[in-house]
Design a protein. Structure first.
Length: 131
């Protein structure tokens, strides 16, 4: 995959700390995350570009959520991608009528947003290459 062992450990620990609390909120987030995560993992396997973007954005996300670092890309990924997408899909899966409307709209939105997140991450990628 695109994640190093350290990235996996940090991401799993963050998820355990924030969402595995037995609440409906936590269950909804986990359900949504698993659905879109499976979709994204297929693209990670197919495309080295997607794999690289996922690697870079995961580092940025972990900077914000686990390392306490300020990282503009991490904030965007956390609050503009991972959390909203996970909650929206989780809610839609819990309510089939809502899901029939929301899921196609979300897929269309994020098909547009993924390249935008990729473009936003370019300065971070350039900086990371220099280190």
């Amino acid at each position: 995959g695109a994640w190093s062992d350290l990235q996996k450990d940090d991401a799993v620990q963050w998820c355990q700390d924030t969402h595995h609390d037995g609440t409906e909120r936590g269950k909804t987030w986990i359900k949504g995350y698993h659905i879109w995560g499976k979709f994204l993992s297929k693209w990670v396997k197919r495309s080295s570009i997607v794999r690289y973007i996922v690697d870079v954005t995961t580092d940025a996300f972990i900077d914000v959520t686990r390392r306490g670092k300020v990282n503009y890309l991490g904030y965007i990924i956390h609050y503009g991608w991972i959390n909203p997408l996970s909650y929206i899909i989780g809610i839609a899966k819990n309510n089939k009528k809502i899901g029939m409307v929301i899921i196609p709209a979300i897929i269309a939105l994020y098909i547009v947003l993924f390249p935008v997140f990729g473009l936003i991450s370019i300065p971070y990628m350039i900086k990371r290459r220099k280190i």
